[in-house]
Design a protein around this ligand. Sequence first.
Ligand code: NDP
Length: 342
Amino acid sequence: NKKVVLRGYVTGSPKESDMEVVTSSTVRLTVPEGSTAVILKNLYLSCDPYMRLRMTKHDEKNPNFVPDLVPGEVITGYGVSKVVDSGHPDYKPGNLVWGSGIGWEEYSVITNPQGLLKINHPEVPLSYYTGLLGTPGLTAYVGFYEVSSPKKGEYVFVSAASGAVGQLVGQFAKLLGCYVVGSAGSDEKVNLLKSKFGFDNAFNYKKEQDLNAALKRCFPEGIDIYFENVGGAMLDAVLLNMRAHGRIAVCGMISQYNLQKHEGVHNLMLTIQKRIRIEGFAVLDYGSSYGKFEQMVLRDLKEGKITYVEDVAEGLENGPAALVGLFAGRNVGKQLVVVARE
Ligand code: NDP
């Protein structure tokens, strides 16, 4: 059973050498009598920024909202798998599932399958359950429709806009009739935003001397909704450009994840003058929205109203590079790792 283990807790930017691919000679493919465990053959693994937060040791003074990974043990996360054997009444061999707690390994034994959901639409590419139809998709959906209170015609700004979550936020906002601008870290991504995802405008934040000026150029009348994925200097520049009664949905702050001390935000006083609502959210709280989200996305996908770009790494050996690549912006679209295709 080939697997990716965490070597030790990480400080600063994650490196490939923080992880190691090892092979253990034993692999259990049958569930012992009386057990309710499920044995999975893993197909697609999701690379998600929050996994970096799990690579830092947390304590009571510095708590995390997801459990830390354990050095020497297999990395776990979201993925898509096939049931090989099951002692659990809800799962049968051959079932396709997606969810959390899946090991970065060829086969996983899941003793508590609470985090697994059955895949009822095998006609859709299975890898979409790491992105479009998985957690990033639901995050984009609840963050936009439920947290941002959007209205037709509003001005929407999305950062990390070409990524797993951002590309969908932009498309949802366009479908609602909003004016949408995205920022991303390369000209290739900026082109993708405008030509493939239908953003009205986009800019490469790495090439801008002055983020405030870039936002003023794109939003002469200001921003109603900011879908926050990056934090840091971008948030400060956005605050200067928000309109009265604007909303900031704080989905993530990837620019801060590798820092031991988080940067401060300078322009928060503007929230009073402009009556801005800033709301952080965690997709974990929105499991009950999955059904209506899935129905909408499947319909829009079938009607050609939504598209999704993936960045596919082949094989567990390439998993560590794919995961650390998120923090250098190497991924174009949703980053995932293929362990096996069936
Ligand atoms: P992406 O697919 O967008 O990949 C991460 C991207 O972040 C990179 O490609 C890079 O794009 C950008 N990035 C990396 N480092 C920096 C930096 N220092 N400054 C600015 N941008 C940077 O990831 P996801 O779509 O999966 O996640 C997007 C955000 O959503 C993250 O912050 C994540 O933590 C958050 N999230 C939150 C959830 C919740 O429940 N609240 C659930 C899921 C995700 P570029 O080239 O544009 O720089």
